[in-house]
Design a protein around this ligand. Structure first.
Ligand code: AMP
Ligand code: ZN
Length: 117
């Protein structure tokens, strides 16, 4: 499993930086966003280092699917699955990605407008 020593989310996987973990699978970890944009704001990451969603899609068989299934489970646990929630992969700087370790935002618990900024 690839690890980047300078990567914030690799450090969360290694438990070097604390996070409020809400869900875990073999290859994914999910924790609450430190700066939540909605009542439910959880990040689903891969335990191995992949820079963005495209790299996840290029990587191990079924990894992107595992992230999506984790997000669905979290939405149900958080009680937002019925009313609706949003899944976001900011991919690349122009899209607002600031942490270059792939993460899927799970946002819910309020009305979310469209289009996003
Ligand atoms: P993005 O802009 O899509 O790259 O999202 C990065 C997200 O990581 C932002 O929503 C940040 O609030 C969140 N974040 C940054 N540092 C931490 C941390 N230590 N624990 C939890 N979330 C974090
Ligand atoms: Zn990383």
């Amino acid at each position: 499993m690839a690890v980047e020593t300078d990567c914030l989310f690799c450090k969360i996987v290694a438990k070097e930086i604390p996070a409020e973990i809400v869900h875990e699978t073999d290859r994914t970890l999910a924790f609450r966003d430190i700066n939540p944009q909605a009542p439910t704001h959880v990040l689903v990451i891969t335990k191995g280092h992949h820079a963005d969603a495209g790299a996840v899609a290029d990587a191990d068989e079924g990894l992107a699917d595992e992230m999506l299934k984790a997000a669905r489970t979290i939405a149900r646990k958080e009680g937002v699955a019925e009313e609706g929630y949003r899944l976001v992969f900011n991919t690349g700087a122009a899209a607002g990605q600031t942490v270059f370790h792939a993460h899927l935002h799970v946002l819910g618990g309020r009305d979310l407008r469209w289009p996003p900024g």
